[in-house]
Design a protein around this ligand. Structure first.
Ligand SMILES: [Fe+2]
Length: 395
């Protein structure tokens, strides 16, 4: 097992109806609230109004910012930072999915530390600026996907340069996350399905990355995958099932917060390979992961076959005794599972051809790899040509 440090600083407030406690919870952290959320589309409007009502009923002033888009754009986030500062807010309530919570993290920390949001993202050789602190964040997730409500990460898209990147900072970990299954049940089924695929992407990104370093982490991850498979089928059958909404919420949180990787901290760059799909085509992240995952699994099945085989046998009923044979059966098994929950996608099905594959792969190399060595990831070294081949398999 690798050495590690791990903690879980966010308070989880779980249960149907507990959004009603938002005002009292937020009062512990500030007086003037910056409420960040998506555009006020009809499906969200009643939830936004209820949220404002709970905050105002607790005597809080509320500044509403209803502008964050899926794949949040740095230009929009900078607008939010300016509004936060101009209006004298002192805390953020993030009402939305990972995009809103990620965007809120950049607002809370950049308003505190200065500069623009894009100054802080990882970008090739450039040393990202470092935060000096952040205003407190209370998160109300409407989507169970990345577990952004309990972690330090945040992804941002620069629409001008067509780049998507990330940063991590412990300053930005939300103080409280209100996990209310009634709120989560407002999510449309199509986004719920993409979110389930995203949860799976987080479970496998560490599992498939390492040697057999931590049986603890393997067993936790396998349990989470089996739980996800069960819950994914149930929520597709009945999107109003609050118990399953709760299960998915915990599944998303504990599939990416580190518990699933204690003792083996490596990653494979599947998320990096998806990022150009969001940056060039504005593809929703979970959908993009659904496109990339089977192709990646197929292309690299022979690199760490014992890891691929372990997951295939323990989570996907593969019985082949030979590791390489079992490893090769993982991608077909995952495709079959995605198809069973109406979530099997291809690039051509989304109207995307191969015209930008080389550019997309070079973007990934420039932002996250070592262009001189033509390599990203030290665990499974991946070249520009490898990434192009993966995009081709995803066609
Ligand atoms: Fe993700």
């Amino acid at each position: 097992m690798d050495n590690f440090d791990w903690n879980f600083p966010t308070t989880l407030t779980y249960g149907p109806g507990r959004l009603a406690e938002l005002g009292d919870i937020t009062k512990e952290h500030g007086k003037k609230v910056f409420l960040a959320t998506y555009h006020r589309v009809p499906v969200l409007a009643p939830l936004i109004d209820r949220t404002i009502g709970y905050l105002e009923a607790a005597g809080l002033e509320v500044v509403v910012f209803e502008k964050i888009e899926p794949n949040p754009r740095s230009s929009t986030i900078d607008e939010g930072i300016q509004l936060f500062k101009d209006s004298g807010c002192d805390c953020v309530v993030a009402l939305g999915g990972g995009s809103v919570i990620d965007g809120s993290k950049y607002i809370a920390a950049t308003a505190f530390s200065g500069g623009n949001s894009w100054d802080y993202v990882v970008l090739g050789d450039r040393a990202p600026r470092e935060y000096t602190g952040a205003y407190p964040i209370v998160a109300v997730p409407t989507v169970s996907a990345a577990g952004s409500e309990v972690n330090a990460g945040g992804v941002l898209t620069n629409w001008e340069t067509k780049e998507k990147s990330f940063s991590r900072s412990p300053y930005r970990i939300p103080k409280v996350a209100i996990i209310d299954p009634e709120v989560l049940a407002t999510l449309p089924l199509s986004i719920t399905k993409d979110s389930c695929v995203d949860i799976f992407s987080h479970q496998i990104e560490r599992y498939l990355a390492d040697e057999d370093k931590s049986e603890f982490a393997d067993r936790v991850t396998e349990g989470l995958i089996l739980m996800l498979k069960d819950a994914f089928a149930k929520i597709v059958a009945d999107p109003t099932d609050l118990e399953t909404r709760g299960t998915l919420a915990l599944c998303s949180i504990f599939s990416w917060q580190g518990l699933q990787a204690l003792g083996r901290m490596g990653t494979i760059p599947m998320h990096s390979i998806e990022m150009p799909l969001s940056a060039h085509y504005d593809m929703p992240h979970g959908h993009g992961m659904g496109v990339v995952i089977p192709a990646y699994m197929e292309y690299f099945a022979d690199k760490l076959p014992h890891r691929w085989a372990k997951m295939a046998r323990r989570c996907f009923d593969v019985t082949a005794e030979d590791d390489l044979e079992a490893a090769k059966q993982l991608a077909p098994a995952v495709r079959e599972w995605f198809a069973s929950v109406d979530s099997l996608f291809t690039l051509s099905g989304d109207g995307i051809d191969d015209s930008k594959f080389v550019q997309m792969a070079e973007d990934v190399m420039r932002m996250f790899g070592d262009p001189e060595k033509d390599r990203i990831s030290s665990i499974i070294p991946t070249s520009v040509q490898d990434m192009v081949e993966i995009y081709k398999l995803a066609l």
